[in-house]
Design a protein around this ligand. Structure first.
Ligand SMILES: *[C@@H]1O[C@H](CO)[C@@H](O)[C@H](O)[C@H]1NC(C)=O
Length: 295
């Protein structure tokens, strides 16, 4: 009798073990593709890769080594082409889909990828302190690029064919020169559906293939200006902040942001005390707002 009970218990234990191992394996985390920001490259994302692999053992993490450091100043549409080829090849060998984690300027490149790569299989798009609504601020990047210029003069440099060949000009959004921004910027007004174009509907449908958009940012960033741009908020003509849900591109649903939000697909994450260069190595940010969406 006792032998019988022990055998049953052992069988149960082995059974439980098989179930636990089995579920662990069948879960199989999706690969995470990281797109870096301006003036950086894969090296800056080693800590983040380690966080991901520790939290989700076996995850493939690829930080795309393209347009690194000074090359990050290349025009964004050109970068979208290069990153697109690299991402396509990773997606094609990942039938269950991938996650896209994009930092700063990389977040704009990633959004354009989600519009333009047909049949992409990106599940979560994590936008880590990206100027999704544009940039208008005297940051140290700006002073390094245009030493003589204050932010109110940068539009002279940016809103013409030469300026548009510098990445930062592609998302320079001067609220006091709206008409010139709309007419002369070749990137942000298109991806934010602020200027009409023939592919807008197609882009929107393609963008809406994602399940989750995670927007991470915070008031102590010190580079993204206004910081609310990381949450799709931006200045009006008086430099007051208009938040995402009151932006025309949200209300008109020009690129699918409202649809995505209505179906519960948008997460806004805000953290204080994080400088721009610290987002990708902050463990609280990782556990709170990145890890939950990398399954
Ligand atoms: C990490 O994030 C926490 C939570 O917002 C913040 O208080 C802390 O200052 C951050 N640490 C660094 C080094 O950025």
């Amino acid at each position: 009798m006792r032998v019988f009970v022990m055998m049953v218990m052992m069988m149960l234990l082995v059974g439980v073990g098989v179930v636990v191992l089995g579920s662990g394996r069948s879960k199989g985390y999706r690969p995470v593709v990281i797109v870096h920001g301006i003036f950086d490259g894969p090296k800056q994302f080693r800590m983040l890769s380690r966080f991901i692999k520790q939290a989700h053992p076996g995850t493939e993490v690829v930080t795309l080594a393209l347009y690194d450091y000074l090359s990050s100043l290349h025009p964004l549409w050109q970068q979208v082409g290069g990153f697109g080829r690299a991402l396509t090849s990773i997606m094609s060998r990942s039938p269950a889909g991938v996650h896209l984690l994009c930092f700063s300027q990389g977040g704009l490149i990633c959004r354009a990828l989600l519009y333009t790569l047909p049949h992409h299989n990106v599940h979560s798009f994590i936008s880590l302190s990206s100027p999704q609504a544009g940039q208008y601020g005297d940051t140290h990047y700006l002073r390094w690029l245009f030493p003589e210029r204050l932010k109110r003069n940068v539009f002279h440099v940016c809103y013409n064919n030469f300026g548009q060949k510098i990445s930062i000009c592609d998302y320079w959004n001067d609220p006091h020169h709206r008409a010139r921004y709309l007419a002369r910027s070749s990137f942000l007004p298109l991806i934010n559906a602020e200027r009409h174009h023939a592919l807008a509907q197609h882009w929107k449908e393609n963008f809406l293939r994602i399940r989750k958009l995670v927007l991470i940012g915070g008031p102590d960033d010190d580079v993204i200006t206004p910081w609310q741009s990381s949450h799709f908020g931006f200045y009006d003509g008086q430099e007051n902040i208009v938040d995402m849900r009151n932006q025309d591109y949200y209300k008109e649903d020009g690129f699918g942001l409202k649809t995505l939000d209505d179906r519960g697909g948008v997460e806004l994450c805000q953290y204080s005390g994080v400088k721009h260069g610290a987002w990708h190595s902050n463990y609280s940010v990782f556990t709170g707002c990145i890890k939950p969406w990398l399954t």
